[in-house]
Design a protein. Structure first.
Lengths: 346, 346
């Protein structure tokens, strides 16, 4: 597909001949090839008419990560399943300190899905991939019968290249590390929930869905001693802090007032009985850096989002415990969410 | 998980506490971590408690491929969705002339799925990965509400290393190339169909699901001039021949009697009105080799399956046409299947 066709935003051929997905679009024959040729080609950097893509590895250490996306609804303020599927996997690579190189994309489509909907998602994926300078190199399509899916499920798998020799993972966390968050939390989960439940509220909330490669690379290029990076998706910041505390064997002390939460998100959470700390984000990460680098790391993060903040410190104490100093001066244990909070948020 | 626990074939903890999948098993909290720790760990070679896996690239050209599996039912004679998910992606790598190194695995589970079923699938994936000497290095789990899936959908994405400098793809096909098939066709599709529709027949049919790395590597190591390899999955051998004819710009002439079909498969196809050439396989590939290497390539393939055969030749004629010489001496055009034949076969 030529760029001009893509840029025209006009739905291509299968929409005219078949405005909805048929079972045969997943059957490996003419209709599937037409779908690939005319629509999916728009998201691929180079089309290789074969079962896989040959890619170039610039060094001997690569990072591989995979994620499936089943968010309901497919479109919400600030994002959609396509943008999420690209950014989510890019962000998992970034959390390993890796720059994304290649993505694969696999669709499970529901029979009856409107081709125009699929086309919107494809466009969104292409834009997100271009913005992050990542190549989508190979793909797959399956179709399931009407009622056996939710329109579109997407899997993306990413390959990235390690940007530094620092090992970046929860077991690298050290005593007195500073704990930073890259922006305000809870917007993605609340935006999806409002759209799903058709809620209206005083102000609108847009998802924080965004690629995180740039702030992460900026930290690494500034020689910040980064010990661990973790994006706060399912389970929210609460899950991240508990996981890192458990693996590192330290206690983490955080200050509730230091954690940035948008006032609309805060009000909505109070109204609905949610803890913003447990709400999923799609463009926020927690960052564990050496104490000596806390100020310069924060300055870098604030260059990308003014709401970035230091929210806590790694301390000796009860291994695996996350303690939260509350607004009124007390402290409470921040537990690992069990997982029931908000299903189908990513 | 220790190997002894895995080998015991006893269902691990989540089955005792939660015999069925809950929405919370996909929520990013305690229940999801328990599911990963106690069950999914069995399929991973090394568990890295992070969002991605660091892998080693032995050379600068890698192959990446992705495939989702939505087969119904999950278990059938000769295989299951887990074995298929591993072998299918390994085979896509093999078709590029690549040896598989790493796989990612992503599950979309349906709420209410029995943990014992998931455990059977996990065991099957582990066995298939071990048999193919491939490492499963990273994964993901999502849960969708009851009625929004079919128990288990699996995506596997693979990275492999090119085994030779030969470019192997449909555009490499040359005039007078020999067309070989690695074994009898149509068993996988018919085995799944019989199981799905609860059909009984004079003899049972088992799927041909199998990894194809060994015969492919044997061809390459013997310096066979391999131009194109293609596994005959969705759309069957008919789709493969039509795709290769279209991309290469040649005509392909095949002999119907030379194409090996098991007599039970043939009878069942006749009874149900299927063309075995359009039925999906999961362990069969077509192989386009230089004419001078036809005999030695066939000998190698027959070492792995005695039913391997030369079935045709690449000729000048109408570009993209596949012509089939029939049993009674006539010839017919073998068309690209439109795709309606057998949905949800892989």
């Amino acid at each position: 597909m030529s760029d001009s066709t893509f840029d025209s935003l006009v739905c291509p051929l299968p929409i005219t001949t078949h405005p909805r997905v048929l079972m045969a679009h997943g059957g490996g024959g003419r209709l599937m090839n037409q779908l690939i040729d005319v629509m999916f080609r728009a998201i691929f950097t180079e089309v290789q008419p074969h079962d896989g893509a040959v890619v170039t590895s610039p060094q001997d250490k690569l990072v591989m990560t995979t994620d499936s996306f089943v968010v309901r609804p497919l479109f919400f303020p600030g994002g959609d399943i396509g943008m999420m599927a690209v950014n989510g996997t890019i962000n998992d690579l970034a959390m390993c300190g890796a720059k994304p190189l290649y993505l694969s994309v696999a669709f499970i489509l529901e029979e009856g899905l409107e081709m125009a909907t699929l086309w919107r998602v494809i466009q969104s994926m292409r834009q997100a991939a271009d913005a992050a300078d990542v190549k989508i190199v190979t793909g797959d399509t399956k179709v399931v019968e009407r009622g056996h899916g939710d329109g579109i499920y997407i899997n993306t798998t990413g390959i990235g290249v390690l940007h530094s020799k620092q090992a970046i993972n929860p077991s690298q966390v050290q005593l007195s590390d500073a704990v930073l968050i890259s922006g305000d939390i809870g917007r993605h989960g609340m935006a999806v929930l409002m759209q799903r439940e058709h809620l209206t509220f005083s102000s609108s909330i847009a998802s924080d869905c965004a690629p995180l490669t740039r702030p992460v690379m900026a930290l690494l290029e500034a020689d910040i001693e980064v010990h661990c990076l973790r994006d706060a998706t399912r389970g929210g910041l609460a899950a991240v802090l508990n996981e890192v505390a458990a693996v590192s064997g330290f206690q983490i002390d955080c200050s509730e007032t230091a954690i940035p939460v948008d006032s609309t998100v805060q009000s909505l959470c109070e109204l609905l009985g949610f803890d913003p700390l447990q709400v999923a984000n799609e463009g926020r990460f927690a960052c564990f850096v050496a104490a000596k680098n806390a100020a310069s790391a924060l300055e870098i993060l604030q260059h990308y989002d003014l709401r970035a903040a230091q929210i806590g410190t790694v301390v000796n104490g009860r291994p695996g415990l996350v303690s939260l100093q509350t607004e009124i001066g007390g402290s409470r244990i921040l537990d690992m969410p069990s997982g029931e909070l908000l299903p189908r948020i990513c």
